[in-house]
Design a protein around this ligand. Sequence first.
Ligand code: NAP
Length: 250
Amino acid sequence: MSATIIDGKAFAARIRGEVAGHVARLKADRGITPGLAVVLVGEDPASQVYVRSKGRQTVEAGMHSVEHKLPAGTAEDALLALIADLNADPDIHGILVQLPLPGHIDEAKVIAAIDPAKDVDGFHISNVGLLATGQKAMVPCTPLGCLMMLRDHLGSLSGLDAVVVGRSNIVGKPMAQLLLGDSCTVTIAHSRTADLAAVVRRADIVVAAVGRPEMVPGDWIKPGATVIDVGINRIEAEGGKTRLVGDVHF
Ligand code: NAP
């Protein structure tokens, strides 16, 4: 059986176009320009790439973008004071604090300080609770994007057997909540799951969010199943180079 590829890049381009349309209407009808503040503490190279990309995409969608780049040694109190300012700033509607934060800063305390209405990452306990109880919430973007692609590809997800591999707060758990919200029968697998191969083999939908290069081989996938690979893993390639692979063997 040959596979159909879900073109994530094309899907993302379409969504960005739709967001730009919403932004233009918000400006024209209500005089509001959505503003997104991204806060980066330290010089983690991957985080710098993500923050740059978030700023660029925000501007491309017609929004107001603000970047706060703080030195790695920034005190927790100073970061909390910045978040209080952003919470109070009427031009800022969304706040993203890039994780991970340096070890001396309590991530949970920082997330808790963000106004839940501006918590566009959906990490604040209020948004986590709203999602878990099936209410309107700010939802973490990675699992939401996966859900949107699954709906786009499959139509109704109702009654499908979904297996999420990984139980992080950022991807696995919210992914499972979203699939449950669409009436899938959901299993969350993790590093202690017994016979992971058998669990994955029965799934109509597999979402892999583990961070282990190509750990899910093709023969774990039921013919006709839909696979979303969230994993981003850099491995060594020929000639001393590196390349990116997912958690599923492509
Ligand atoms: P994480 O916090 O490290 O969580 C990994 C999960 O995988 C944990 O729940 C862990 O189980 C589970 N796991 C580890 N080894 C396993 C094994 N052998 N069998 C089954 N489960 C296993 O990672 P994350 O933040 O969720 O990210 C996962 C991957 O997605 C990473 O590659 C990351 O780079 C990528 N990611 C991509 C995006 C995107 O936008 N595409 C966004 C975020 C993350 P335990 O809980 O039992 O330890």
